[in-house]
Design a protein around this ligand. Structure first.
Ligand SMILES: NC(=O)c1ccc[n+]([C@@H]2O[C@H](COP(=O)([O-])OP(=O)(O)OC[C@H]3O[C@@H](n4cnc5c(N)ncnc54)[C@H](OP(=O)(O)O)[C@@H]3O)[C@@H](O)[C@H]2O)c1
Length: 347
């Protein structure tokens, strides 16, 4: 665990750029960053409506600024990068079906966009770039994961320059935009059965605040070329539906229907592959996968076995744990049963 002083020492007084700052992760990191008195935070994304909403929300915070732009456009990214000291790169296409249907769009945003961010950061002499990746980039079977795997390599490529490039990787963020939770909630609130792709499917789960903590950890502790992976529990998709239904309705039993896996979906996800374990270093809450140019002699104990870190073999969230996460995230009522404050956003 980092203490606040450590985070403050890195963030306070810094000029910060958040690509994808209007997204689920972007919004959460914005809220956290504000606490540590950065000199400025620039939100970089395409859609003016999302920026407008955020601008209204943070009208009282003078440090936050907005820039419309597309990571595919090098000139604009270079402009956004001017004078920045820390960059959190979260702009991405992250929906599996969308990327399956338009693979080259994923290439442009997740690969070309990442390369633009990398080059512009070097040109602008940025100190640190932290890039957000996903378990779907490990042994990828879908276009989204493949494009994020290349994005990781782009960010981790060996390079002698003043800019530090660090990646983080995590699993499903409970309740993020486009995730399964809003869909399940919608169905349950309408009294409809929960659609289950496959009863054996498991997914790593973490909250948005844990995702931000991981990014702060990597920002403070990381060295260039690092990939930091957070250890996290997983959940069976049937259990997630049942826990959510229980939290929303108080019912022990709720109907579900099997709809089959979608193109590009895996049964289980992997956060650290067996091959990455060869050079990974294990810490109590994390794995560090050093860049391939690094020697394997990094502080910490050597991973004692070479088994991949899979959502099928880690601890599963209990009902109480998942309800606590869903409550924290505002999906279900703070006490008792019923919808939480987040549902108001979906009216
Ligand atoms: N959510 C998860 O479960 C999860 C899990 C693991 C990793 N991640 C990773 O975390 C990062 C953030 O995900 P998220 O959940 O916050 O996604 P999100 O809610 O969909 O937000 C994506 C953000 O990127 C912006 N964006 C998309 N394309 C862009 C482009 N071409 N140029 C500039 N901005 C662009 C979007 O705004 P505009 O549309 O207005 O441009 C939005 O601000 C992604 O890299 C994702 O792969 C997410």
């Amino acid at each position: 665990m980092l203490d606040e002083k450590e985070i403050r020492s890195v963030i306070s007084g810094k000029r910060i750029l958040v690509t994808g700052g209007t997204g689920s992760f972007g919004h959460e990191i914005l809220r956290e960053l504000i606490k540590y008195d950065p000199a400025s935070i620039t939100v970089f994304s395409r859609d003016e409506k999302k920026q407008h909403d955020l601008r209204l929300l943070y009208a009282h915070i003078r440090q936050i600024g907005f820039m419309i732009g597309d990571v595919r456009d090098y000139a604009r990214v270079r402009e956004a990068m001017r004078g920045q000291q820390i960059v959190f790169h979260a702009a991405a296409l992250k929906q599996v079906p969308a990327c399956e249907n338009a693979p080259y769009e994923a290439v442009l945003t997740n690969i070309v966009g990442a390369e633009n961010v990398r080059r512009a950061a070097i040109d602008a002499d940025v100190h640190t770039v932290v890039s957000v990746s996903t378990d779907k980039a490990v042994k990828p079977v879908n276009v989204m994961g493949m494009s994020k795997a290349i994005q990781e390599r782009i960010m981790q490529q060996p390079l002698d320059c003043g800019t530090k490039f660090i990646c983080v990787r995590y699993g499903n963020v409970l309740g993020s935009r486009g995730s399964i939770v809003p869909l399940f909630v919608e169905r349950i609130m309408a009294g409809l059965p929960i659609p289950i792709t496959h009863p054996g499917m498991t997914r790593f789960q973490l909250s948005l605040s844990e995702a931000v903590k991981l990014v702060f950890w990597a920002t403070v502790r990381g060295t260039s070329g690092d990939m930091w992976v957070k250890k996290m529990p997983s959940i069976n998709i049937v259990d997630l539906g049942a826990h959510l239904a229980y939290g929303l309705t108080g019912k022990e039993e709720y109907p579900s229907t099997i709809i089959g896996t979608r193109p590009g979906e895996k049964l289980h996800e992997v956060l650290v592959s067996e091959e990455e374990m060869w050079r990974a270093v294990e810490y109590p809450g994390h794995f560090l996968i050093p860049s391939w140019r690094e020697s394997f002699e990094v502080n910490g104990s050597v991973v004692p076995n070479l088994t991949e870190y899979s959502s099928a073999s880690v601890d599963f969230l209990t009902r109480e744990q998942s309800l606590a996460m869903l409550r924290d995230d505002g999906w279900i009522a703070e006490s008792g049963y019923g919808p939480g404050p987040k549902l108001a956003l979906y009216d």
